[in-house]
Design a protein around this ligand. Structure first.
Ligand SMILES: *[C@@H]1O[C@H](CO)[C@@H](O)[C@H](O)[C@H]1NC(C)=O
Ligand SMILES: *[C@@H]1O[C@H](CO)[C@@H](O)[C@H](O)[C@H]1NC(C)=O
Ligand SMILES: *[C@@H]1O[C@H](CO)[C@@H](O)[C@H](O)[C@H]1NC(C)=O
Ligand SMILES: *[C@@H]1O[C@H](CO)[C@@H](O)[C@H](O)[C@H]1NC(C)=O
Length: 348
């Protein structure tokens, strides 16, 4: 029996319900769930019969009733929470892109969030870093001074507490970049997250998604949109020295770097108050130039200078004007034909 499409059940008189960007358009899902992927099984040195399956990633998925072709994989650096809600608890990217009929995936790489079953000993040391988060997330020049135009509900003390307490333990090491991108490349090649993947990343997730694209062997990865990526990947034929820590630069063989040029679109997005001489901005421009030199389609987008959005933080998709930030992503997806429906029909 052919199931009726849910649109048939909706009052067609309401324009809001059919406008894909309307915040009141219902979210209609065919399924949700999650799975572990990648990782390994190790044996106890004391008794090889005793094993531990560990270092996998965890992928949670939400599939719309009538999905578009592109799977949107949201890759955090600090917490999946940043993809779920705006700073004031309003609508975040997860619901926005489900409302637009994109399959949405929330990814916890090995060792973070719901993939914290590690193969090695890990330690947690309380770091007293709330005030450092404030600066790192570019809420202001320094704690407790907000940028005048910041897109954060500055008078809402609960919002600040919520933002800083949502963090997970993270591992900004070279080894973790390799570990997380290994698992993500297996996930990408597996087909379990679709055949048209666009990664949306924040902060150190950007470097990991770039590394993933240089490791995957299939053609499922179609795009990467990084929000405030700290750390970039470069080819080994230019005079760039690898960084020693977890924020790059990462140097890969030219043949692997060229895989980035095969992607349909790459966009390195910057929030506001980011000077051109900020190391990561310089690196983003150089990485885009090199990707394009090999036939790719990469660009840098500064939300303030290029799009007129003032006061964006390090996590612009959770900012108070995140609907405007999302509209720019709509443009990128549309311009690159990454917004098509699986059945090829336009939504009414
Ligand atoms: C491991 O399993 C094998 C096969 O079941 C058994 O012969 C062996 O005694 C076990 N070793 C230990 C240390 O339990
Ligand atoms: C891609 O292929 C290379 C060479 O065969 C292999 O070493 C690597 O593990 C593959 N990557 C993935 C994600 O399977
Ligand atoms: C490569 O970079 C290093 C450090 O910036 C510099 O000392 C060296 O002269 C450069 N080599 C070439 C061939 O450009
Ligand atoms: C970076 O640029 C800003 C202006 O955009 C300037 O005030 C600052 O001095 C510059 N810093 C360095 C290290 O050049």
């Amino acid at each position: 029996m052919k199931l009726a499409r849910p649109i048939a059940l909706l009052p067609l008189t309401s324009l809001a319900l059919t406008d894909v960007n309307s915040p009141t358009r219902p979210i209609t899902l065919s399924k949700t769930g999650g799975f572990q992927i990648g990782g390994k099984t190790i044996s106890s040195p004391l008794n090889t019969n005793q094993t531990l399956s560990c270092d996998h990633g965890y992928m949670e998925y939400f599939i719309p009733w009538r999905p578009r072709r592109t799977s949107v994989v949201m890759w955090h650096s600090s917490s999946t929470q940043v993809w779920q809600n705006r700073w004031n608890g309003g609508e975040g990217y997860k619901d926005m892109f489900l409302r637009r009929d994109y399959p949405v995936y929330l990814w916890d790489g090995p060792r973070v969030g719901r993939a914290n079953w590690a193969c090695e000993t890990t330690t947690y040391v309380p770091s007293h870093q709330d005030q450092a988060n404030f600066g790192a997330w570019n809420f202001g020049p320094r704690w407790p001074v907000w940028w005048d135009d910041v897109q954060f509900p500055t008078r809402d003390e609960a919002a600040w507490k919520h933002a800083t307490s949502a963090r997970y333990v993270e591992y900004d090491t070279k080894a973790n970049v390799e570990l997380q991108s290994d698992a993500a490349a297996i996930a990408a090649d597996s087909g379990k997250i679709g055949t048209d993947i666009v990664y949306l990343t924040n902060s150190a997730g950007g470097l990991r998604a770039m590394m993933t694209a240089t490791k995957a062997n299939g053609t499922n990865i179609k795009g990467i949109v990084t929000y405030e990526s700290i750390g970039y990947v470069f080819p080994d034929n230019v005079n760039i020295t690898a960084g020693r820590g977890g924020f790059g630069p990462f140097i890969v063989p030219l043949e692997r770097f060229k895989k980035l040029a095969k992607l349909t679109a790459i966009q390195f997005v910057w929030g506001d108050h980011r000077s051109e001489n900020f190391t990561s901005v310089i690196e983003s421009r150089l990485a885009a130039k090199l990707i394009n030199q090999y036939g790719g389609n990469a660009q840098v987008l500064k939300l303030s200078e290029d799009a007129g959005l003032k006061g964006s933080t390090h996590i612009p998709f959770a900012d108070m004007d995140n609907a405007k930030v999302a509209a720019l992503l709509d443009d990128l997806l549309e311009d690159n034909a990454l917004d098509e429906y699986k059945d090829g029909e336009a939504w009414i």
